[in-house]
Ligand binder design. Structure first.
Ligand SMILES: [Zn+2]
Ligand SMILES: [Zn+2]
Length: 82
């Protein structure tokens, strides 16, 4: 059986791209009128409050962003065509 090799964990961590590593983001209701009981701060749903994400999670976030952007661009492009 292998020994040392298994100690190597290649799950590198990145600063969360959503909350910039803070672990929390501003909630959508924004403090004063907060209805989500987070009082202006919501736990980041991307990193779950860790402030760090795995390479895999990061890649997926980036891909989502890209897809959203592409979808938005397509909609805008269509709107401009009309
Ligand atoms: Zn709120
Ligand atoms: Zn985060």
């Amino acid at each position: 059986m292998s020994h040392d090799a298994d100690d190597y964990d290649e799950s590198e961590m990145f600063h969360c791209p959503h909350c910039s590593g803070f672990g929390h983001v501003e909630c959508h209701c924004g403090g004063d009128l907060c209805v989500c009981e987070n009082y202006g701060e919501a736990t980041c749903h991307v990193c779950g409050g860790e402030g760090e994400v795995t390479t895999e999670r990061y890649d997926r976030y980036e891909e989502n962003q890209r897809r959203n952007y592409a979808a938005m661009a397509a909609i805008l492009g269509k709107a401009l065509d009309e």
